[in-house]
Design a binder for this molecule. Structure first.
Ligand SMILES: O=C(O)CCC(=O)C1=CC=C[C@@H](O)[C@@H]1C(=O)O
Ligand SMILES: [Mg+2]
Length: 317
């Protein structure tokens, strides 16, 4: 079975730039794939690279798409290298739509974690999301000086209603001593669901030691963003939280197989993709079924409306 293949490269500005320890992220770049079968049925896929997390670059992905002809078939999946995980996810998800059409997903707001802005704006940003049913929030730390963020955390903890959980994500930007400061706070509150990637991946032994010394769960994100790295950390004994950025984690089929044979404490996480990759990732989430809230809560990443944006992307060039 072969499909007519076209693709478009996109740059899409965020409504609110994401400020993390990695820096300020203003524009999401990626590729939208369009497959059409002989009955004029269409399936979409999205390549949403995140090189900071170990995926291919946009340029790598463009070169791969350019290497393909106007007609492609699922056989290409077997030759898609692990060095192109965002491409693996996108093409396999797109072909999968023809093989297993997925119904539209409707998940309750409480099923998601919502990303709050870093710093003081978090003190007010949570309320409208809570009113809509959000009960899990994620807050970037390692952006401001430690004492400022510790103080802001105490204010946020006082403001947040009972039962609301907070995920703290440092993107590897803390020192071991700063991490201990956060974990000491965690000893006296159930507010912190987990502390995400407080140290860089190279500090894996220290992360394991800290996980043994404190009750607040630690989550690996940058350490496990490639499936092979996730397997390595699992095989080296990590049993804390695994943050899985689905759209850059390679083949969904390989992910399904690994998760079905390994009991992971899993959090599925967005790469700030458009609704195309988001929908594919959420369908996979239904199968892998992590207990923890899905890191896909924020839906208005972009200034433009999806349907208009996609039409314009296809007709513009
Ligand atoms: O995981 C979530 O809840 C939302 C996505 C998210 O936090 C991130 C997406 C992409 C890049 C990162 O800065 C950030 C993360 O580190 O998890
Ligand atoms: Mg993270």
């Amino acid at each position: 079975m072969s499909y007519c293949f076209t693709f478009r490269v996109y740059q899409r500005p965020f409504l609110h730039p994401l400020h993390t320890h990695h820096g300020l992220w203003k524009v999401r770049e990626g590729i939208i794939l369009r497959l059409e079968n002989s009955q004029q049925e269409v399936a979409w896929g999205e390549i949403a690279p995140l090189p900071d997390f170990g995926s291919e670059t946009l340029e790598d992905a463009i070169a791969f798409c350019q290497s393909l002809g106007p007609q492609i078939s699922p056989t290409l999946l077997s030759s898609l290298p692990d060095s192109l995980p965002a491409c693996q996810f996108a093409f396999e998800s797109a072909f999968h739509q023809f093989l297993t059409p997925s119904p539209p997903l409707s998940l309750p707001p409480s099923r998601f974690a919502y990303l709050l802005p870093s710093g003081k704006p978090a003190l007010t940003a949570w309320y409208p999301l809570w009113q809509q049913g959000g009960r899990t929030f994620k807050w970037k730390i390692g952006v401001l000086p430690l004492h400022q963020e510790l103080d802001l955390f105490q204010q946020l903890d006082t403001l947040l209603p009972e039962g609301v959980q907070l995920r703290l994500d440092a993107n590897g930007g803390l020192t071991p001593d700063q991490t201990r400061e956060w974990l000491k706070i965690g000893e006296n509150t159930s507010r912190i669901e987990f502390l995400e990637q407080p140290l860089p991946p190279a500090e894996f032994p220290t992360l394991c030691t800290l996980q043994d010394q404190f009750k607040t769960p630690l989550a690996l994100d940058e350490s496990v963003s490639r499936l092979n790295d996730l397997k390595t950390c699992y095989n080296q004994g990590w049993r804390g939280v695994f943050v899985l950025k689905v759209a850059i984690a390679g083949s969904p089929q390989k992910l399904r197989q690994f998760c079905q044979t390994h009991p992971l404490d899993l959090v599925l996480s967005s790469v700030l993709e458009t609704p195309i990759a988001r929908t594919a990732a959420l369908h996979l989430a239904q199968e892998i079924a992590p207990q923890r809230a899905l890191g896909f809560g924020t839906t208005q990443w972009f200034k433009t409306v999806q349907k208009t944006w996609l039409n314009d992307l296809w007709t513009a060039s």
